[in-house]
Design a protein around this ligand. Structure first.
Ligand code: ZN
Ligand code: MN
Length: 480
């Protein structure tokens, strides 16, 4: 049996998080709002209205294009009408871009979990308006126009991906980048990131492009992975059985987890594209472009590499710390005031602060526990002023109260008890109270010493220095 490889291209639609829509002043994000409440004559396409371009849409799209290393962000790009008739498209056309899009020829570098990487070419990137939404409800079709005129970026890749896993990885990295740039939340469940996948197969190593099918309407990254995998396997079965692959459009059915054949796809000619007469072209002058690009931050993958080089972090740590921009900034702020190894800060962040972030459902930058607080706690632990356990508990206390760690330690008497005399008295007392365990120890089962440490720690509510307790225990037990 010949081996096959998949050839996959992705077309994504990204909802930009602007305040208002692309051509009118209506609120753009209607999530949770009642139907048809964020609409006006412009976005519902009533006769006689004129669209006015939202400048911020262009700025956010240019930022994304630059992050894709798009060499050719066009200084002049045009809007076009894409004509089709559908109940949720009130104008009968969508304002999009066609022959002169905002940007072409970008590259997106995908590191794969196995250490390899894949370069994906971005064929083109353009801006357009969203259509409305058709809701099927007890036998009738209802139309919600809230989504009409919501700004989208459409981004199309070359057929450069070779497996369902690579496609999923592309979406994971794209979502990370969108959040990093602050231009979209990229939440697929909310439709802020939508993905259509073109899938074909060929004998491994071949260069031909065979007939592809298009998978639509997949609403999570996991489902994109599954749907592509299912389709690759179907095509292989079909070819193996001597059949041919037809150019179908397949709809992902979330309830059954299967692909269903849909309408035959329109061809480009069916859309009868022409230049949009109501809008001027987008002129991206050098000054404006430079202004926008001044806001382009260091990108996640670059920062990941720098964290390894500059702070000597393992790649694993660098990967987690750069998953989200505000966490990476939190780390750098903490490290800048910490005198020890950056890896120590990384450990505290990855083990304890991340848990807190996930429990609270916030970003690192939204914590009341400031980077300086974290470093203060680490210093208190390292200076043996408090135990590690107290330090960990302090993280939550600072987060709840917003007070400084030193203040809480002072007021609540949390300082570690390292004083030998105090601990010696406590240890003696514990030994007196537990003759059975002492006998067990003397019978040779020395591991019971851990149990004694636990007793003393409990007596001191975790404030005893466990190393000192252990040493005293060993001494007093062997004296007996
Ligand atoms: Zn409107
Ligand atoms: Mn589109």
């Amino acid at each position: 049996m010949p081996k096959y490889e998949a050839v996959i291209g992705l077309e994504t639609h990204i909802q930009l998080n602007t305040k208002s829509k692309i051509f009118c002043g209506c609120k753009a994000d209607s999530w949770g709002d009642p139907p048809n409440t964020n609409i006006c004559p412009v976005c519902t396409g009533l006769p006689g209205v004129l669209p006015v371009l939202n400048r911020v849409v262009v700025e956010k799209a240019v930022l994304l294009a630059a992050a894709m290393h798009a060499d050719s962000i066009q200084s002049l790009s045009y809007f076009a009408r894409k004509n089709y008739f559908y109940p949720d498209l009130p104008k009968g056309y969508q304002i999009s871009q066609y022959d002169e899009p905002l940007a072409r020829d970008g590259t997106f570098n995908l590191p794969m979990p196995d250490g390899s990487s894949r370069q994906v070419k971005i064929t083109k990137l353009h801006i357009e308006e969203d259509a409305g939404k058709t809701v099927y409800q007890s036998g009738s079709r209802l139309i919600d126009f809230n989504r009409c005129g919501v700004p989208l970026v459409e981004m199309v890749t070359d057929p450069d991906l070779r497996s369902a896993d690579e496609a999923a990885q592309y979406l994971i990295r794209l979502r990370q980048l969108l959040r990093w740039l602050g231009i979209s939340e990229g939440d697929m469940e909310k439709g802020q990131l939508r993905c259509d996948a073109n899938v074909s197969i060929r004998p491994a190593g071949s260069e031909v492009l065979n007939t592809k099918t298009e998978i639509k309407n997949v609403n999570s990254i996991e489902n994109v992975r599954t749907a592509i995998q299912v389709e690759i396997e179907r095509q292989i079965r079909e070819v193996e059985a001597g059949g041919i692959i037809e150019s179908w459009t397949l709809n992902w059915d979330d309830d059954s987890g299967t692909l269903r054949k849909m309408r035959v796809k329109e061809t480009e000619a069916d859309y009868r594209y022409f230049r949009e007469p109501d809008l001027l072209p987008i002129r991206l002058g050098e000054a404006w472009r430079d202004d926008i690009l001044a806001n382009l931050p260091e990108l996640p993958l670059e920062r990941r590499v720098r964290f390894v080089d500059q702070y000597g972090l393992p790649l694993y740590d660098a990967e987690i710390l750069t998953e989200e921009r505000s966490l990476s900034e939190y780390f750098e702020q903490a490290v800048s005031t910490y005198s020890g190894e950056p890896k120590v800060v990384s450990n505290w962040l990855m083990n304890d602060v991340l848990r807190m972030i996930r429990e609270l459902g916030v970003k690192a930058g939204e914590l009341r526990l400031q980077p300086a607080h974290l470093v203060e706690i680490i210093h208190l632990v390292e200076g043996k002023r408090i135990t590690t356990n107290t330090g960990k508990a302090l993280l939550d206390r600072v987060e709840e109260s917003g007070r400084s760690p030193a203040e809480i330690v002072e007021e609540e008497g949390l300082a570690q008890v390292s004083d030998e005399d105090t601990l010696r008295a406590l240890v003696s007392e514990t030994l007196e109270k537990n003759p059975e365990q002492v006998a067990t120890y003397q019978a040779g089962k020395t591991t019971v010493i851990g149990w004694f440490v636990g007793q003393v720690m409990r007596e001191t509510r975790g404030k005893a220095n466990p190393q000192v307790v252990q040493a005293i225990l060993e001494e007093l037990l062997s004296d007996r």
